[in-house]
Design a protein around this ligand. Structure first.
Ligand code: NAD
Ligand code: WQD
Length: 401
C-alpha cells in the first residue's frame, strides 16, 4: 500500500515484535487501530509478524469485518531513516492558537506511540551498561526529540516494577507514590498528608536504573510542556502467552525469568530448576511476585491510549502499576505448571540470587480507577497457556506426575 494515498491514523509500536509488543500489537488490531511496527529483531523473529497478522485476520473473519492495517519496518528505532518514516505520516496542518497568534501546526497521522524497544536482561546490563544506557536511555531521548518535531505527543512507555527498587522489601503492596519523580504530597495509608521527594531507592542494576532514568526524563518533558500525554506503565511480572499457542515468549536471548526457565525444564533443555532462596519472609520461604498475564497487560496499553485520548487522564505525565494485586510464590508457580502439564518439575534449592527482593506485589487501584482496567486472568490461566505454547513449539520431555 502506498503511504501517499493512505490517509488513515496509526499507532506506532516500537519493539512491537517482542514478547509484550507482539501481544499488544494483536490487541491493538483487535481494537481496530491501524498499527506500524518498528523492530530491529535484536530479540525477536520476523515470523512473529505473520503470527500476529494471522491471529488478527482470524478474529476479523469471525466478526465479518475488514482488518485494520498492519505495517512493519525492520529497523533500529535509533536509525536516521526513522525521520523519513515519520515524515511519511506527518502529513496535515491544523490551525494552532495556543500562542495567542494563529499559526499552522503539523499533525501526524501517528496518533500515539507505544515504546517497548529496549534491552531487558538485568544480568547482561551489569556486564554491558553502556549498551543498555545507549539503547534504553539515549535511544529514547533522541526518539522523543524526533516525535516532538512531528507533533507526536501521545506516548506510552514500558516501565517496570523494578523502579521501586528495595521499596519492595517493605512487604506491603507497592503503590505508584512509592516512587515519584517530582516532589508530591499525598495521603498516606493512615490518612495523613505526606511529602515524597523524587528518587528511587536501591536500584540494583543498570537495567533498573535505565527505567528509572527514562521515567525521570519523561516526567521532566511533561513538566516543561504539558501538551505531552505520557503514560508510564510499570509492569510487574509479565507471564503467560496468547491462548492459541501461536504467540509466546520466544527471545533470542537465553531466558533468565522464572517461567521461561521452567519451560526449558519442561522441554528437557535444562535438567532442573534452581529455586533462588527459600529463606524469604513469605508463606513458604520462596520469593513472591505479582504475575500478570501478558494479554491482560496488552489490554492495559489500549486502556492507557483510550484514557489519554478521551481526556480522562489530566496529567501530562502519569504512571500506573499494571499487576493483579495478588502475589504468588516461586513454589506456587512450579505447582501451577506441574498441574497444567501433568509433569514433574525437578527443583534444587539454592541460595538467593543477587539483587532479588523477597516480595513485589502491586497496588492496582490507580489503574482500575483511572484507566478502567483490571487484570482478569489467573496464574492457573498463565500456566495453561505457557504449557500450550511450549508443547506446540518445542516438544517436551520429562516424567508424568
Ligand atoms: P522483548 O525483548 O521481547 O521485546 C523488545 C523488542 O524490542 C524486541 O523485539 C527487540 O528486537 C526490539 N528492540 C530492542 N531494541 C531495539 C531497537 N533499538 N530498535 C528497534 N527494536 C528494538 O522484551 P519484552 O519482554 O517484550 O519487554 C518490552 C518492554 O517492556 C521493554 O522495554 C522491557 O524493558 C519492558 N519490561 C519488560 C518486563 C518483562 O518481564 N518482560 C517487565 C517490565 C518491563
Ligand atoms: C522471579 C522469582 C527469582 C529464575 C525481573 C526483572 C524485572 C522485570 C521482570 C523487566 C525471583 C526466582 C527465577 C530461576 C528462580 N523485568 N527464580 N529460579 O526478578 O521478579 O523480575 O523480571 O523489567 O526488572 O528484575 O523476575 O522471573 O527473574 O524471578 O527461583 O531460575 O523467581 O529469584 O524470586 P524478577 P524473575
Amino acid at each position: 500500500l502506498d503511504v501517499e494515498t493512505d490517509n488513515r491514523n496509526y499507532i506506532l509500536v516500537v519493539g512491537g515484535l517482542g514478547y509484550i509488543g507482539s501481544h499488544t500489537t494483536l490487541e491493538l488490531l483487535k481494537a481496530n487501530y491501524n498499527v506500524i511496527v518498528v523492530d530491529d529483531l535484536s530479540n525477536s523473529y520476523r515470523d512473529v509478524l505473520d503470527r500476529v497478522s494471522h491471529l488478527a485476520s482470524v478474529h476479523f473473519k469471525a466478526c465479518g469485518l475488514p482488518m485494520p492495517a498492519l505495517r512493519f519496518h525492520n529497523s533500529d528505532y535509533r536509525a536516521p531513516t526513522m525521520r523519513a518514516l515519520l515524515s511519511s505520516y506527518g502529513s496535515y496542518m491544523v490551525a494552532d492558537n495556543s500562542s495567542g497568534e494563529q499559526t499552522l501546526k503539523q499533525v501526524s497521522r501517528i496518533t500515539g506511540v507505544i515504546h517497548f524497544a529496549a534491552f531487558k536482561s538485568v544480568e547482561e546490563s551489569i556486564q554491558k551498561p553502556l549498551a543498555y544506557y545507549m539503547n534504553n536511555v539515549c535511544g529514547m531521548v533522541d526518539f522523543l526529540a524526533l516525535l516532538q518535531e512531528f507533533g507526536i505527543q501521545n506516548f506510552v512507555f514500558s516501565s517496570s516494577a523494578t523502579v521501586y527498587g528495595e521499596a519492595a522489601n517493605r512487604g506491603v503492596p507497592l503503590k505508584e507514590e512509592h516512587m515519584v519523580l517530582h516532589t508530591e504530597t499525598y495521603l498516606n495509608d493512615s490518612g495523613f498528608e505526606q511529602t515524597q521527594s523524587p528518587g528511587s531507592m536501591g536500584l540494583t542494576s543498570p537495567y533498573g536504573r535505565s527505567k528509572y532514568m527514562c521515567e525521570a526524563i519523561l516526567a521532566d518533558i511533561a513538566k516543561a510542556d504539558p501538551s505531552w500525554k505520557i503514560t508510564a506503565l510499570r509492569y510487574f511480572n509479565p507471564v503467560g502467552c496468547h491462548s492459541s499457542g501461536l504467540l509466546g515468549e520466544d527471545p533470542r536471548q537465553k531466558p533468565t525469568n522464572l517461567i521461561p526457565v521452567v519451560a526449558t525444564v519442561l522441554t528437557g533443555q535444562r535438567p532442573v530448576l534452581s529455586v533462588f532462596g527459600t529463606d524469604w519472609e513469605t508463606s513458604d520461604g520462596t520469593a513472591v511476585r505479582d504475575f500478570i498475564h501478558v494479554q491482560d497487560l496488552a489490554r492495559g496499553h489500549i486502556a492507557a491510549l483510550a484514557a489519554s485520548a478521551n481526556g480522562v487522564v489530566k496529567e501530562p505525565y502519569r504512571a500506573y502499576n499494571l499487576g493483579t494485586g495478588h502475589g504468588h510464590s516461586v513454589r506456587e508457580v512450579v505447582a501451577s505448571l506441574e498441574n497444567a502439564s501433568s509433569r514433574h518439575i525437578p527443583v534444587q534449592e539454592v541460595g538467593r540470587r543477587a539483587g532479588d527482593v523477597g516480595s513485589c506485589v502491586a497496588r492496582v487501584d490507580r489503574a482500575e480507577r483511572e484507566l478502567s482496567w483490571k487484570a482478569e486472568k489467573t496464574l492457573a490461566d498463565c500456566a495453561v497457556d505457557v504449557w500450550n505454547f511450549t508443547k506446540g513449539r518445542f516438544g517436551f520431555s520429562g516424567e508424568l506426575l
